[in-house]
Write a protein of this length. Sequence first.
Length: 165
Amino acid sequence: MRILVISDTHIPVAALSLPPIVLQEAKKADCCFHAGDFIEYSLFQTLCSLTKTYAVCGNMDCQQLRNELPEEMVVQLEGVKIALTHGAGHPANLLNYIQNKFASRMEEIDIFVFGHSHCATDKESGGKIYFNPGSATDKVFTACRSYGILDISGRSITRSILKIE
């Protein structure tokens, strides 16, 4: 299963639309995870028209998205449990924020997907994967734009952070 992972797209503030490579990846993916800060509802609709989309709201999202999307979710795909949230607070404290938010469910979750910092992160700690795709449209707080791909086959998980030139 191929999963496109994006966050902090900030449409139309950071860009008018997603980069073409991200739209192409959405069409190829089995599903998409968006970790919040779409800004406008129309991007959510676009992603849903391209692939199955799992999404949470972020701190910058419009009221319509805040009303429709949860702040967090846990999805099981191919036997792998993936937690999805946006994140909050200072970027240096994001992992602590996530661990506290999901404290009662830590044992059952394999991958934590999040955003908020705009900084791509792919790390393992305590047998868990922490994956932030960065921002596909914005270079605030980071040197490059990026998105992520998770490939799940059985219990095998391959992770990639891809830079956008």
